[in-house]
Design a protein around this ligand. Structure first.
Ligand code: SF4
Length: 574
């Protein structure tokens, strides 16, 4: 910290080579940005973060200006404010003025900047360009007319997700963001992870909303409306409803969904625990076969899509299991109507998930049973929040309720799958018990929880060793997989989650650039586990019961039939 900066009359210290923006942020000084995002390379494209530096004729973009020596800076001088205001006015000049109907109304950065800069009229009239809205993907809708060319989606897709589905095309006035070869999203290499729409400051990228389709099924005669929600949803929706971040609202979700018109509400931690049981069995087989590569998890649909496109030779090392939501969906479609004597009703199976890729997954032919999808509609955490607001219920007056039997879990193993590393941790608890004949104290695996995109740990279980690993963010996953393929690293089980930090930071989650919120979600999941009395899927009586009464054994005939899937190499348009 050797360099002195004077900012708006206050002295702060900076490091040589860091950007002005980084130094300002570290000292809690706010400068608005659009194109800049943490962990992404600076682009300096939007010029919203310009500041005045003594001795410089022009304003400088603080996000890309490296500090080489002492500087005197003004972040909010009249000249700076005028420049920022003009920049926003230029962005607004050809923007469709449909804020009231926009998906991002209330969470749009362009809207907030206009408000903050006191823009009250359209001073710069521009030519509105008509673009075709791309609705081809089941997960993501792209409306180029709302794009302000900040490039955050391009950079997150390339730098963090290693996918490069989106890129800048053409130049000058023609400049736009386009998919590979200008094709529709469903013809591109998009994995539907939704990280681009978390990065998008406006409504140019939004989820393919299905919430409105739900309305037709509410209280419809002859229909049985069944919901399952994933554990990441229960601790994240709080942020959108004015609760403290990380508040577990699962009891309230159960109560609200019933009042909204759902006949049954299930907690998908149950499906996650079934998956853990099946995965533990697969692990032993994989290890016995003496594989050089680890058993690689398959619960993340965006990762599966990526592996099918880029790692066809790795597919035999992927666990053949469907995701927890698809496993629960299969049970809801096939076992539940008989077991609950509801065979005369048409089941409408709804998933509420943190994951936009789950929307694409639900439409895949390999996820159908007898040609019928097991999940009809997939709503995100954001859609759930909207549904709750629309219900008009006073949440403070509602008593928390339990999810319905039989698909519920009183344990925490399934909930752990919401965070990166959680699936591996919960699976190893079961593998350990099966190998060592005793339970592993949960705290023994807490070292695996450090906040890093890749972590590994070796656990001794009886006579054997379990080399466990987890990686999140597709770019990080690729780097690790290349090391595994080159024999530079050895693991027995590897969890891969496409989204950085896992499902708590999925594409369907509340939109935030504040990593403290993502940390609060992760902490909430760990707190649930730390406070639980039932840590392992194999110790969960409800899971035992469904195997005894219906499924038989993990890996048995019925499990294979309902829960296993096939992978195939997919073409990429690159
Ligand atoms: Fe979906 Fe989770 Fe994978 Fe993200 S990490 S794509 S939220 S399953």
């Amino acid at each position: 910290m050797g360099i002195k900066l004077e900012v708006n009359g206050r002295n702060i210290a900076a490091e040589k080579g860091e950007t002005i923006l980084s130094a300002l942020n570290r000292h809690g000084m706010h400068v608005p940005t659009i194109c800049s995002m943490k962990d992404l390379s600076p682009s300096g494209a939007c010029r919203m973060c310009v500041v005045e530096v003594e001795g410089k004729e022009n304003l400088v973009p603080s996000c890309s200006f490296p500090i080489e020596g002492p500087l005197k800076i003004w972040t909010h001088s009249p000249r700076v404010l005028r420049a920022r205001k003009t920049n926003v006015e230029l962005l607004l000049s050809n923007h469709p003025d449909d804020c009231l109907y926009c998906e991002r109304n209330g969470s749009c950065e362009l809207q907030s900047l206009s408000e903050d800069l006191n823009i009250r009229e359209r001073r710069i009239p521009g030519q509105r360009t008509i673009h075709k809205i791309d609705k081809s993907s089941p997960a993501i809708i792209r409306d180029p007319s709302k794009c302000i060319l900040c490039g955050r989606c391009v950079r997150i897709c390339e730098e963090i997700m290693n996918t490069s589905t989106l890129d800048f095309a053409h130049r000058g006035n023609e400049l736009k963001i386009s998919t590979t070869l200008g094709k529709a999203l469903n013809y591109s290499n998009c994995t539907s992870c939704g990280q681009c729409l978390i990065a998008c400051p406006t409504g140019a990228l939004i989820e393919h909303v299905q919430f409105t389709e739900l309305e037709a099924h509410i209280h419809a005669p002859g229909k049985l409306l069944v919901a399952q929600y994933s554990p990441a949803v229960a601790i994240s929706v709080a942020e959108l409803l004015g609760y403290k971040p990380g508040t577990d609202l699962s009891g309230i979700i159960n109560a609200v969904l019933r009042r909204y018109g759902f006949d049954f509400v299930f907690d998908n931690s149950f499906g996650a625990e079934l998956m853990i049981m099946e995965q533990a069995r697969l692990y032993h087989e994989h290890k016995k076969d003496g594989n050089d590569l680890p058993l690689i998890t398959s619960s993340c649909p965006a990762w599966i899509q990526y592996a099918e496109q880029y790692y066809p030779d790795l597919l035999t090392h992927l666990s053949p299991l469907k995701s927890p939501q698809q496993m629960t969906g299969a049970l809801i479609r096939e076992w539940f109507p008989q077991a609950m004597k509801q065979e005369d009703k048409e089941i409408i199976s709804v998933l509420i998930s943190s994951c936009t890729a789950a929307k694409s997954e639900a439409r895949k032919v390999e996820m159908t049973r007898k040609g019928i999808p097991v999940i009809d509609l997939v709503l995100t955490t954001r859609e759930l929040a909207r549904m709750i607001k629309l219900s008009g219920l006073d949440l403070e007056q509602l008593e928390p309720e339990l999810p319905d039997a039989p698909f519920r879990s009183e344990g925490s193993a399934g909930k752990l799958t919401a965070v990166a590393g959680g699936e591996a941790e919960a699976t190893v608890r079961t593998i350990y018990a099966q190998s060592a004949g005793t339970e592993i104290p949960p705290s023994k695996l807490h070292r695996f929880r450090i906040h890093k995109s890749f972590r590994e740990m070796t656990v001794k279980a009886g006579q054997s060793e379990i080399r466990m690993g987890t990686v999140s963010g597709l770019g990080n996953a690729v780097a690790l997989i290349e090391e595994l393929l080159a024999g530079k690293r050895k693991l027995d089980i590897l969890e891969v989650m496409a989204c950085p930090d896992g499902c708590v930071n999925g594409g369907g989650q509340p939109i935030t650039a504040d990593e403290k919120l993502v940390r609060a979600r992760t902490k909430a999941i760990y707190d649930l586990d730390n406070g639980s009395k039932l840590h392992a899927a194999h110790a969960n009586e409800v899971i035992g019961e469904i195997y005894r009464e219906y499924l038989g054994e993990p890996g048995g005939k019925l499990s294979r039939e309902m829960f296993f899937t096939m992978y195939s190499s997919r073409e990429v348009l690159l």
